[in-house]
Design a protein around this ligand. Structure first.
Ligand code: SAM
Length: 419
């Protein structure tokens, strides 16, 4: 009788055959893929209270680095910061690692160490003696046999004042995925992976309008990700998805604390619930329960991106607005914001089908026009006070607060702290 394939081996074999996401190292000449978690603006904001200087030594571990998105982004950003930052990449798939290595070579990055280590085995590996300021684990724990054990293995490697950025699948947003996975397993018989990919393509064409996957328009990144995307979504050897309360319980059990979800507005249903009675009740909830309500009401969260630290650091881990805070814009064109968004006195965005609309204060354009990633809020206030002497800090704060709620809520503005 054929020996049953151990499931970690099946996961490895899958990523050997179909590294995901599919990446071509030649594309490094054209663009840097910058996502979440692990953008250094987010890492600083949600883990280091905005006080980290990335020009100084910084050690990051990318656990389950895949074809390299997080490792390349981090290593490039650390190199750009000019410091001796180092990234250690681990993965069980050699094919994925080779792609990540080729991407690093294409960028002439020499600050990544590539290793073939399995996450559950980290505590018994030489890496167990190392400590990391930051650990990225994006889209990996939900493929482990025991995600909670994998999380604990990683938690043991975090430096005392460090933290971790994670992505785990969201159960509600993946509505339709698991029934289809089960159906394909039944239909596939003894087919090998390439034959199963072919089968999935045919099955997808046969889905009636009633099928939940057909009614779920939010799985585009996988569905448009070629064969590797289809394998990752429908033919995965092992995956599961989470709700916010399960994530919170697993993080607490690992001796860690969640500091924030990205994008923050999505996890605060107060951002789009208009009924004052419901809004009041939402407001009265502890923030993680608000996040749980947000997930349940929205129903569209297919992944949860969040940051964690050791509980002793949780209170000072998140940067907050104050005179010494330096605002940074992320993927926001300040010029067009100043010209065409701010004059309308509201910013609107639709994220995975949910429309968000935030009112903007009168000074939005003047403030955003002065954000350069160096000036503090007090510096911006002083500049504005030259033409508006009545603009003392409390008045400025009243202007900045709604602007921050809008732009930070949408993941477009992060803070660092000067001095
Ligand atoms: C969806 S990819 C991750 C993408 C990656 N984090 C990025 O930044 O693009 C999942 C990766 O997890 C890896 N993986 C799965 N089980 C693992 C384990 N036990 N230890 C290390 N890596 C693992 C797979 O080989 C695969 O490359």
């Amino acid at each position: 009788m054929a020996k049953e394939v151990p499931s970690t081996e099946a996961v490895r074999a899958q990523y050997e055959a179909y590294p995901y996401p599919a990446r071509d190292p030649r594309d490094e000449a054209k663009r840097l893929i910058a996502g979440s978690p692990s953008h250094i603006l987010e890492v600083n904001h949600f883990i280091f209270g905005g006080r980290r200087d990335f020009g100084k030594p910084f050690r990051a571990l990318v656990a389950g680095g895949g074809t390299g998105d997080a490792a390349i982004m981090l290593a490039q950003q650390l190199a750009d910061a000019g410091g001796p930052g180092e990234v250690v990449y681990v993965d069980v798939s050699e094919a994925s690692r080779r792609i990540a290595e080729a991407r690093a070579q294409a960028r002439k990055l020499s600050n990544i160490r590539f290793l073939g280590v399995s996450i559950p085995e980290l505590p018994a590996s030489p890496l167990a003696r190392e400590r990391f300021d930051y650990i990225d684990c994006c889209g990996v724990l939900h493929h482990l046999d025991d995600p909670a054990q994998g999380l604990r293995a990683l938690a043991g490697l975090i430096a005392d004042d460090g933290g971790m950025g994670l992505m785990l699948y969201g159960e509600l947003g993946r509505t339709g995925v698991y029934p289809l996975q089960a159906a394909v397993r039944l239909l596939a018989g003894a087919d090998d992976l390439p034959a199963r990919v072919h089968l999935v393509r045919r099955v997808l064409k046969q889905l009636p309008e009633t099928n939940w996957l057909k009614r779920n328009p939010f799985l585009g990144d996988h569905l448009n990700g070629g064969d590797a995307g289809l394998v990752d979504l429908f033919l995965h050897a092992r995956d599961r998805a989470y709700r916010v309360p399960e994530i919170a319980a697993m993080i607490t059990a690992a001796g860690l604390a969640i500091t924030g979800f990205v994008e923050p507005a999505r996890y605060d249903p107060g951002a789009y619930v208009n009924d004052p009675e419901i809004a009041k009740r939402i407001h009265a909830l502890p923030w993680l329960e608000r996040a749980a309500v947000a997930e349940a009401l929205a129903g569209n969260m297919r992944k949860h991106v969040f940051y964690v630290v050791k509980p002793a650091n949780a209170e000072r881990a998140v940067a907050s607005p104050g005179p010494n805070a330096v605002p940074h814009l992320r993927e926001l064109d300040a010029e067009s914001f100043v010209k065409s968004v701010a004059p309308r006195r509201a910013v609107a965005a639709t994220i995975d089908g949910i429309p968000f609309r935030f009112p903007l204060p009168p000074l939005s354009a003047a403030i955003v026009g002065r954000i350069d990633g160096k000036r503090t809020l007090e510096g911006i206030r002083k500049d504005l006070a030259e033409v508006n002497p009545a603009l003392a800090w409390p008045e400025f704060e009243k202007q900045f607060e709604p602007l921050y709620r809008a732009l930070h809520g949408l993941g477009k503005l992060y803070l660092s702290i000067a001095g």
